[in-house]
Design a protein around this ligand. Sequence first.
Ligand code: NAD
Length: 257
Amino acid sequence: MQEEIQRLADWIVESRRIVVFTGAGVSTESGIPDFRGPEGIWNQYDPADFTIGRFMGSAETRKKHWEFYRSGMLVDTSILPNRAHYAIADLYKLGKLVCIITQNIDDLHQRAGVPAERVIELHGNMKWVKCLSCGHRLPMESVIDRVKAEDLDEPLCNKCRGILKPEGIFFGEALPEEALHQAIHYSHNCDLFLVVGSTLLVTPAAHMPAYALEGGATLVVLNIGPTPMDSRAAMVVNAKAGEFMQQVMEEVKQRGN
Ligand code: NAD
């Protein structure tokens, strides 16, 4: 592992335009389960319940969603960033980070100190809830409070009684256009593209490493499990993101960069 730490530290020192691409694996050390790992959410929940069609069409599915959110899953603000989020934030402090492209909806990169404008949330976030009929937006926290206080199966819009949906993107929904456009642009125009904690299976997000390679970037994959891009990466590290990234950034700082 020492060799990989040194090599990534070298590349970070040499790089000027780094893009970090993160998935659920960057947040597991904060206590949020990923989807496809051994402790993943898909071992407990049916992925079909997370399609936009099922959510809109089935009151039973919406009930499951609100049970899931009221248990704190994906929306618990007491969850804290971990060593991986802080190490990535250090790249920003060193002036090397162009942006983070994240599939996560947990706000932990921002809470680790990266300004919101440097975090491209490809799959939205869970801070807001929107009415699918009238577009009224409400903070997730206030909606969860209402669900708990009134013991609701499903909260409805307080303006028009429409269906409320978190702003996190569900399967079958289009990605936010501007975020996708920016992600493609920055992937094409970086010199080092670092994947942290993603299976790289969810498209179109998973296409970003290929755009980076097309643009001539060095690709590094840091993930416990295998990914379809491993064979095209300059280096693959199968390690826990927190410990590995912390050691890499300690090395980078020691070199006075
Ligand atoms: P995924 O669940 O498909 O894959 C996560 C990967 O991370 C796995 O390969 C796993 O082996 C690896 N991993 C787990 N812990 C790790 C660690 N400590 N260090 C390094 N690697 C680790 O996740 P994905 O690729 O992001 O795609 C799933 C979708 O799930 C995304 O769309 C994302 O929006 C959503 N999601 C988000 C959150 C969150 O916001 N925290 C949580 C669950 C799912």
